[in-house]
Design a protein around this ligand. Structure first.
Ligand code: CTP
Length: 404
């Protein structure tokens, strides 16, 4: 939702990757943003302005002087209108000119006049990218606060393999979202989110696991990033793509997750334990594959450590994390069970999750949750996409945290 209604000036420069800006433009529009495309004269050789004009329902701005004629100084009004200026693809030439304040086309003069944050997605031949001039220029832009995204390594227009490809659209969208959220309600905080389900090995080929996909935790991590937080995601056994702009830390077992979380607790302002952590693990992990020699098999299990309980104890000493959110996945007596856990684990907010249905909870993309506060207040959220539920949960976190 962070892109909804946002004013995005999309600068397209003259490189072969300009055609990929069409997909970015379309995705931004679909996400609810208002997009004004500014093309450099060179970009017009690669993609027709009509394509962007049709997608955005706005005339594409190209020529500084043409627009100046109707007394509206395009570069000034565009730069004031923009919530973010995105240049994708950005050629080496445009990057160099941005550094030196050269304003010899409409995009560059808009950039020079623009107080909004800048996202630059370089795309060029590998040697041009590796050239010390380009590297130095990108460093300068980053030092000035620009978000530099990419380039990726892969096959280039020249047929060579190297670094210089425009990053994919999802990565660009993530960079834009994170840049827009830089001054958000969680700016300056460290957020630690756990996601997925831990696995406890039985033998080299088998494990005890659970059905958690990690989607809810990933959505929370992404939403926290979009609110300006520095996010670490400790993820266990998920099949989801890495999230741009956050630190990803893979673990497998409850013990590994326990260690990863407890190590980071002293530097964590907000902890969200969305992971489904195993409560028991096999006492012994067989060195070799267990054979079906016997008619039945009894596994002896032992308790794992409760991470939130350990955090509650450590928290008293250090004060961190300032706010802790737990999840309760239940199939019966949802509220009663979740309330017991809320109190026992000394949480600031509990997200109660009925996982008995098939439309919500494990594996699916949507969730129906109830937020429980320590003072007994309850908030029922209807069935909604996990990304939306994440935004609701974080909005409530921010409100309660500020009040505390
Ligand atoms: N949790 C944890 N460490 C564990 C088990 C769970 O930190 N070893 C966390 C989960 O990440 C979740 C909360 O505790 O935020 C509740 O987890 P849940 O599995 O619902 O409850 P349990 O405490 O494990 O209790 P039970 O299995 O008896 O319902």
């Amino acid at each position: 939702m962070i892109l909804e209604g946002k004013h995005i000036v999309l600068g397209v420069t003259g490189g072969i990757a300009a055609y990929k800006a069409v997909e970015l433009c379309s995705s931004l529009i679909k996400a609810g943003a208002e997009v004004q495309v500014v093309m450099t004269p060179a970009a017009v050789h690669f993609v027709g302005p009509l394509t962007f004009q049709t997608l955005t329902a706005r005339p594409v701005s190209i020529d500084t002087f043409q627009l100046l004629r109707d007394t509206d100084m395009a570069h000034i009004s565009l730069s004031a209108w923009a919530d973010v200026l995105v240049i994708a693809p950005a050629t080496a030439n445009t990057i160099a000119k941005l550094v030196h304040g050269i304003a010899d086309n409409l995009l560059l003069s808009t950039a020079l006049a623009c107080p909004a944050p800048l996202v630059v997605a370089p795309a060029m031949d590998a040697d041009m990218y590796a050239h010390p001039s380009t590297q130095a220029n990108l460093r300068v832009l980053a030092e000035r606060g620009a978000t530099i995204v990419g380039p990726d390594e892969g096959r280039l227009a020249s047929g060579r393999i190297g670094r210089g490809r425009l990053v994919n659209t999802s990565e660009l969208l993530a960079a834009i979202r994170a840049t827009l959220g830089r001054q958000g309600a969680l700016a300056g905080t460290h957020v630690l989110v756990t996601a997925g389900g831990t696995r406890e090995p039985l033998d080299p080929v088998r494990h005890l696991g659970n059905r958690s996909s990690g989607k809810m935790g990933y959505a929370l991590a992404e939403a926290a990033r979009d609110m300006g937080a520095k996010v670490t995601l400790v993820h266990a056994n998920t099949q989801l793509p890495a999230i741009c702009g956050i630190e990803m830390l893979a673990v497998e077992t409850a013990t590994e997750m326990h260690q990863a979380v407890l190590e980071r607790v002293p530097h964590t302002d907000l902890l969200i334990m969305a992971a489904a952590v195993a409560d028991y693990r096999p006492v012994q992990r067989a060195e070799h594959k267990i054979k079906k020699d016997a008619d039945d098999l009894t596994l002896q299990l032992e308790r794992t450590l409760d991470i939130l309980q350990a955090v509650a104890d450590q928290r008293t000493a250090s004060g961190n994390p300032g706010f802790v959110v737990g999840f309760a996945a239940e199939t019966q007596d949802l509220i009663a069970n979740a309330q017991v856990k809320l109190a026992k684990k000394r949480l600031d907010l509990m997200v109660a999750n009925d996982v008995s249905g098939s439309d919500s909870g494990f594996e699916v993309g949507q969730n129906r949750v109830i937020l429980l506060q320590p003072d007994g207040k309850q908030e029922v959220l209807s069935l909604m996409p996990k990304s939306e539920a994440a935004e609701h949960i974080l909005a409530r976190v921010v409100e309660l945290w500020r009040r505390a």
